[in-house]
Design a protein around this ligand. Structure first.
Ligand SMILES: NC(=O)c1ccc[n+]([C@@H]2O[C@H](COP(=O)([O-])OP(=O)(O)OC[C@H]3O[C@@H](n4cnc5c(N)ncnc54)[C@H](O)[C@@H]3O)[C@@H](O)[C@H]2O)c1
Length: 140
């Protein structure tokens, strides 16, 4: 995959995983936008990239349709890592919080379909995320 000049959105891009992904994409020449509400992520993870102009950062909640729409504008590739989640047992004990992920996914799908984004990597499938990231990080 040649990322040079590709417009890529990383949702949840201030997470540990998301910020590493943003970094990897920038180093491959992608034009990267990150959206995150900083509920769990940390701005420090991407501050260097934002301040050097390599990453555009939108601080916002993707449950807000206007934020979702703004985030996907002009985007060709979407890595969707934003999620409400926790460690082992979280899903069993936090049904309501986890169900909000369906709304969150729905906002992006709706906007993504409208904007005809080419490629979508879903965070709900860890194997897919792992294999996509591995192939990105090993390819030259
Ligand atoms: N850590 C793991 O072992 C692992 C394994 C497989 C998949 N994943 C997935 O990878 C992704 C990143 O994982 P992580 O461990 O770095 O978790 P994380 O909680 O640090 O990442 C989620 C990010 O989404 C952001 N976010 C949450 N709700 C949001 C909202 N409504 N709007 C905007 N941003 C929002 C958070 O601020 C955070 O930066 C998650 O989707 C997770 O399910 C993680």
């Amino acid at each position: 995959m040649n990322w040079k000049g590709k417009h890529v959105l990383v949702t949840g891009g201030t997470s540990f995983i998301g910020s590493s992904l943003a970094d990897a994409l920038v180093s491959r020449g992608a034009i990267v936008r990150v959206v995150d509400d900083l509920s769990a992520g940390r701005y420090e993870y991407i501050s260097r990239l934002v301040e050097s102009g390599s990453v555009e950062f939108i601080k916002g909640d993707l449950l807000d349709a206007a934020i979702a729409a703004r985030s996907v504008r002009g985007i060709e590739y979407l890595f969707h890592l934003a999620a409400i989640h926790g460690g082992r047992g979280y899903v069993d004990l936090h049904n309501v919080e986890c169900s909000m992920n369906l709304v969150l996914d729905g906002q992006l799908f709706r906007e993504g379909i409208v904007k005809t984004i080419d490629w979508y990597v879903n965070n709900r499938n860890p194997d897919e995320v792992r294999s996509q990231l591995q192939s990105m990080l090993t390819e030259r």
